[in-house]
Design a protein around this ligand. Sequence first.
Ligand code: DX5
Ligand code: ZN
Length: 219
Amino acid sequence: MPQIKLAPSILTADFARLADEVRSAEAAGVDLLHLDVMDGRFVPNITFGPALVRSLRKITNLPFDVHLMVVEPERQIEAFAEAAETINVHIEVSPHINRTLDAIHRLGKRAGICLNPGTPIAAIEESLRDVDQVMVMTINPGWGGQQMLPAQLDKVRRIRALLDAAGSTAELEIDGGVKAGNALQCVHAGASVLVCGSSVYNAEASVVENVAALRRAMN
Ligand code: DX5
Ligand code: ZN
């Protein structure tokens, strides 16, 4: 089985020391950096935009997994594509999803599709063959540090079955509330990428210790 990828989210990192926080994650051997872009409309919170993503590109070689929690994500793709490897858009705000995924691919980037806890799998089923990644939200997006909604793991299992049946090699990413205590359950449900915000960036231990604890929990 290929190694499960860890994608720390900087959402709960110390923004005053952001470069150091990112470098610590890279030194800890994580696989990706998850960047949560929020617009205050699709979700209540506002985070950061493409300028910050471009700046981070200068200080790390980690691939960037950009999570667009914005309305009309198709209008933002180009601005983020410059510095990102993967661009993830929410199905709830993408009425023309095929066109949007196509636009991401035409920029030479990997395309991901995300679904909120209340969104049924049927909403993305027709697009599965067109994506490089499916992201299942295991919290309602907006903030880090929330408890995982365990019922969403069943959705992960069902999407894993659909991807396998189609012979798809798309990544299956879980975002929200991933901790050392539930990481193995996420893997057993069929996830291949785990987003980890507050379980990596918190005051209790160092980034290196937290990443090591997550890896131990998965094995
Ligand atoms: C929330 C974000 C997540 C979240 C992860 O809207 O998409 O990436 O911040 O943080 P934790 O792991 O703390 O739930
Ligand atoms: Zn996210």
